[in-house]
Design a protein around this ligand. Sequence first.
Ligand code: FAD
Length: 467
Amino acid sequence: MTTVLEPAAVESLQASFLGDVIRPGDATYDDARMIWNGHIDRRPAVIARCRGVADVIAAVRFAREHDLPAAVRCGGHAVAGHALCDDGIVIDLSSMTGSRVDPLAQTIRVEGGCLGEHLDRESQAFGLATTGGIVSHTGVAGLTLGGGIGHLMRKFGLSIDSLRSCDVVTAEGELLVASEDENPDLFWGLRGGGGNFGIATSFEFQLYPLGPTVLAGMLAWPMDAAPEVLRFLRDFVADAPDEVGIMGNLRLAPPLPVIPEELHGKPIVALVPIYAGSLEEGEEALRPLRNLGTPAVDAVVPKPYVAHQKMFDPALPHGRHYYWKSHKLGPLDDDVIDVVVDRAGQITSPLSSIPIFTQGGAVGRIPEDATAFPNRNAAHDINIVASWMPDEPEPDRHMEWVRGFFGALEPFSKGVYVNFTNDDPAERVRSGAYNPEQWSRLVSLKAKYDPTNFFRFNANIPPGDGR
Ligand SMILES: Cc1cc2nc3c(=O)[nH]c(=O)nc-3n(C[C@H](O)[C@H](O)[C@H](O)COP(=O)(O)OP(=O)(O)OC[C@H]3O[C@@H](n4cnc5c(N)ncnc54)[C@H](O)[C@@H]3O)c2cc1C
């Protein structure tokens, strides 16, 4: 049942607030409680849509005063629905999308509600970029606080590796700066520890020259070629230059003009490369992909970096229903490939997909204890993503496919990327998403910065749970 806050209490919040305070019964309430995963249906008592740091502070203090559970929202992409809670307050930063590039210092500061598309658009106006996710409507906040993997990571590292500082509103409603120089312990925890320590109201990133035109795109083959393509991926990335970012993706071919009609609806395996350097060097570096058998699709072309960053957007829209599970993996040995090809062949929905991210390069060169992101030497990250329409009569079969696939890969698991956790048990966050040293350091930080576990709608690090 939805908590009914006294109208006077909500009015007092509204009076001290620049943004919108949205309640059940308001015309905008149902839209405001929609997040990316349409499978999540929660009814907060109040949604505080902040317009600035003062609003975030006011919302935190209001939540404490009224003892309300508090969820924090940026892009609303957490598949488990962490951006929403029942009967509590949603501190919603999605209207805070301002940013400023310093072209001389090659940095950008983005507000805590920015999406990837905001960061990319502003940076690319100056021919600059940094690592972000592969879907442009993902929130910079959630993505970065968990680590941030993407097309450029082999060249520039994870998103957190380019993070220079954050402004953070704590569980007490105080504003702190976190950087290597100020509150460095907090800064360490923010780089992998998720939203456990406070609300980041802004992020400053280092940027690097890139594009605006890059050689990038997709090649695809019928699924019969998947063993050969995945073995190629394993061998190719073992000594590819850092400039090569590359993912695999397995799914049923969508009816896109770029894909031959006879393949529509049929299982395919794709490689999605980018070359973070000159077009000429890129042609040379990516040529082996074009020469791999006979690709049914070769759409690797010079194109705007921002277009590549949006390439997967239509395949993963807001409002559809989703369920996923994920593993980090080592190099794709033949046993892993056999499982992946076999389980991909049992896919249950034309909307589901199996992206395989490739780490390596700069990701693995940062010392493991420099941030709260573990398994930097894992070679890949596989996410088994089921998706179906809201009116699907049998959603369970899609979730069962994910669970079966996930279970079959468990013997090869090298842990899990915290941002790809979902309904994983607490023990998997503790021992799969962090190494033991990181976990005990994170637990101590939690006890220092959030001893009451005010920020608990996340892959939770409980205070006082040290090893
Ligand atoms: C379609 C899709 C594509 C993805 N692709 C990638 C990818 O390429 N690379 C990658 O690394 N990850 C990727 N992810 C995973 C993504 O990083 C996580 O889902 C992440 O949590 C999304 O962040 P968000 O801000 O959009 O989500 P939200 O659901 O709004 O927030 C996620 C978590 O962060 C907390 N949070 C949100 N804003 C703040 C803030 N300002 N301060 C403190 N805490 C906050 C929330 O409370 C919640 O616990 C993808 C997810 C989706 C759905």
